[in-house]
Design a protein around this ligand. Structure first.
Ligand code: NAD
Ligand code: IPM
Ligand code: MN
Length: 381
């Protein structure tokens, strides 16, 4: 029997609650599809930082790396200055583990109402592939004369041919398995240097995928097209910061941050991938049980796909979809059940739902990711 080791970082705010709920679904899927998941919890986040003065030490990174995958809730706490936990943990792990693409599905499940009129489950199924280690996130820069009216801040953005190509190649591979269209999203009209590198990379890689169409949309215009006409997109490839922003917009279109999943994926399989909801620690609702665990559970489904367990992934996704379709509201006390209760409901649905056979949902992200993971590192999945 296959056994997978999962490192679990619940983190801050709603992070631990949604992660526990997601794990209930994972364990139910493991039981049903005949594999074992061993979890190791890592006590990281704001409390740990405030107690020790350190976000994450080297031995912890080494220990995390020994796992097959990492499941992350969220970090961020009003008591800690912005950036310390986000950079010190989330960005640090994405970089250290070469999780070069961030896969963020925008899919409206049947029965879920989009706040945007005219958006339906038939016309809203796209994937944002976000370059995950570069751009403005590389952190270089300076603030001189801080606190004075002569203050100058410089925030560097780095774009390399290698990382750009890795994201673009992945986007084309994914599109080839889906509806065969890649859209580059950038600001080539202003960020002319980085923009040129992105566009040239897309043009070059597109030559190896003659059956995949490609086009281009500026990031500002994307904020109109994505909500009003999501059906025109299949795979959107974009730089780190644009990907961050448009994926929250995508989350809104698909029913809110409580439903938006993501995979920080290492396409070469050289270190574990990390799966986390798009949302943050939501301090405004922390401890209330009002967080929707669907985003975390769908991220866990992506994790199962990344581990090569496609049937289990599809089954967990189907369970989440059927649970959210019944909710009277997608967040807050109006959901009618708290985070943990929804986790149990998802797990129960995995155990009792229709069996999912491999080969179904061929174009779905879960299947495509499962196949790409298997192709990338056949020995480990
Ligand atoms: P957020 O995503 O935490 O919350 C935005 C809004 O969405 C809030 O009103 C929140 O209540 C709601 N929301 C989020 N998740 C929800 C869920 N599962 N169910 C129902 N409602 C949900 O964004 P923010 O408020 O800008 O950030 C809070 C903290 O989280 C900050 O410290 C930020 O840096 C951090 N953050 C961390 C991550 C991460 O760890 N991956 C991601 C994003 C933000
Ligand atoms: C996300 C978050 C992160 C990001 C932060 C926490 C580093 O907003 O995963 O979308 O900006 O990438
Ligand atoms: Mn974000």
């Amino acid at each position: 029997m296959n056994t997978y080791s999962l490192a679990v970082i619940g983190g801050d705010g709603i992070g631990p609650d949604v992660t526990q709920a997601a794990l209930a679904g994972v364990q139910a899927a493991a039981e049903r599809y005949g594999f074992t998941v061993r979890t190791t919890s890592f006590d990281l986040g704001a409390e740990h930082y405030l107690r020790t003065g350190e976000v994450m030490d080297r031995p912890t990174t080494v220990a995390l790396e020994k796992h097959d995958a990492v499941l992350l809730g969220a970090v961020g706490d009003p008591r800690v200055a912005p950036g310390i936990l986000e950079r010190g943990l989330v960005v640090a792990l994405r970089t250290a583990f070469n999780q070069s693409v961030n896969i963020r599905p925008v899919r409206l499940y049947p029965g879920v109402e989009s706040p945007v009129r005219g958006v339906t489950s038939q016309n809203c199924d796209l994937v944002v592939v976000r370059e995950n280690t570069e751009g403005l996130y590389t952190g270089g820069g300076s603030l001189s004369h801080a606190g004075s009216d002569r203050a100058v801040a410089v925030q560097n953005s780095i774009t390399t041919a290698g990382a750009t190509a890795e994201a673009v190649e992945f986007a084309f591979q994914l599109a080839q398995q889906r509806r065969r269209r890649v859209t580059l999203c950038h600001k080539t009209n202003i960020l002319v240097h980085a923009g040129q590198l992105w566009q040239q990379t897309v043009n070059r890689i597109a030559e190896s995928y003659p059956e995949v169409e490609h086009d281009y949309v500026h990031a500002d215009a994307m904020c109109q097209h994505l909500p009003l006409d999501p059906g025109r997109f299949d795979v959107i490839v974009t730089d780190n910061l644009f990907g961050d922003i448009i994926s929250d917009l995508g989350a809104t279109v698909q029913g809110g941050l409580g439903l938006a999943a993501s995979a920080n994926f290492n396409p070469r399989g050289t270190a574990p991938s990390m799966y986390e909801p798009v949302h943050g620690s939501a301090p405004d609702i922390a401890g209330k049980g009002w967080a929707n665990p669907a985003a975390a559970a769908l991220s866990a489904a992506l994790c199962l796909a990344g581990l090569g367990q496609r049937e289990a992934a599809l089954s967990l996704e189907a369970a989440v979809a059927s649970v959210v379709a019944e909710l009277p509201a997608l967040a807050g006390p109006e959901m009618g059940a708290d985070t943990a209760a929804l986790g149990h409901r998802i797990a129960q649905r995995v155990a009792e739902g229709e069996p999912v056979r491999d080969g179904t949902g061929e174009q779905s992200l879960m299947s495509a990711l499962g196949r790409l993971a298997q192709r990338a590192h056949p020995m480990s999945v």
